[in-house]
Design a protein around this ligand. Structure first.
Ligand code: NCD
Length: 308
């Protein structure tokens, strides 16, 4: 049902495949919201989550997505497995593969790690976030959330604000949103803006006010402290003063603008508590849609064809 065995990034995913997943997510959302969350779509399929980095939303939503659709799921975290004894990624992957696994969902701190694994296993590999590269299911759930609220993506002005340099969420959204016809503006400190990013077709600004002006959607990003080796901004207080999105800044966007954030949020740093809990915020909807979108992806990727 999808074009490839693996789902590694939105850069390489076709518009057709993106639409297929987003369409299937609608039906999946009904299951998530129903009192009886037991559907047979992936009955008999074995899904493993292999996470080398921390996660609350992504891992939990993949696990619940598997269970709601009748699949079998198990988790491996690097600290509790033979990875901690020095086993290589490929050896770990082959071991999982031999246990009858249909899908390996992987998060890794190195960009490209899921791509490497995918070459060595028969199971489908889903990228649940690789270093600073991509987090394609996050962008899918962001797109789904926007479509649900706005009816589509074409022509929408979307401002992504914050630590673009370290953000795999931003990169997946840059590929996905533009493929779907949205206009993307990035804003953040120069030190957190990758030099080559304008080549993807986005607008780049170091002025948040300019980026938010007339936006349909404002997406905040977490400052990725764990990926910063050197001080790329003086203090979080200073960051917040110049780049933190608050009520005043958000009022520059359209009246019916939406606020998104992938979570986890540094409350009061990249976005203020007031707007996080305010009526423009769809942060809770994003979490729920994350389960629906991952159900759709698991269903489509395990259908005969994609796994061959
Ligand atoms: C994101 C991630 O891990 O890349 N989180 C998520 O999956 N919801 C964003 C982040 O950690 O800041």
């Amino acid at each position: 049902m999808l074009s490839y065995k693996d789902f590694l990034g939105l850069r390489e995913t076709s518009v057709d495949d993106i639409i297929k997943i987003l369409e299937a997510s609608k039906q999946m959302k009904q299951i998530v919201q129903s009192p009886n969350k037991k559907a047979p779509h992936i009955q008999g399929k074995s899904i493993i989550t292999l996470f080398y980095e921390n996660s609350t939303r992504t891992r939990m939503s993949f696990e619940l997505a598997t269970k709601y659709l009748g699949g079998v799921s198990a988790n491996i975290s690097s600290s509790a497995s033979s990875v901690a004894k020095g086993e290589t990624l490929i050896d770990t992957g082959k071991t999982i593969d031999m246990m009858g696994t249909d899908v390996i969902i992987m998060r890794h701190n190195f960009s490209g790690a899921p791509h490497l694994l995918a070459k060595h296993v028969n199971a489908s590999v889903i990228n649940a976030g690789d270093g600073m590269n991509e987090h394609p299911t996050q962008a899918l759930l962001d797109m789904y959330t926007i479509i649900e609220a706005k009816g589509g993506l074409k022509g929408l002005k979307i401002a992504i604000v914050g630590d673009i340099l370290h953000s795999r969420v931003a990169r997946s959204n840059i590929w996905g949103l533009q493929k779907m016809g949205a206009e993307v503006t990035l804003a953040g400190p120069d030190t957190l803006m990758p030099a080559e990013i304008a080549r993807t077709g986005v607008h780049v600004s170091n002025n948040v006010e300019e980026a938010l002006h007339g936006a349909d959607v404002v997406m905040g990003l977490r400052i990725q402290m764990e990926r910063q080796k050197k001080g790329l901004f003086p203090t979080t207080r200073e960051y917040c003063r110049f780049f933190g999105v608050n009520e005043k800044l958000l009022s520059l966007a359209k009246k019916d603008a939406l606020l998104l954030h992938p979570g986890p949020v540094n409350r009061g740093v990249e976005i203020s508590s007031a707007i996080m809990d305010g009526d423009k915020s769809l942060i809770n909807e994003q979490v729920q849609n994350g389960v629906a979108v991952r159900m759709a992806l698991l269903y489509l990727i395990t259908r005969s064809g994609a796994n061959e």
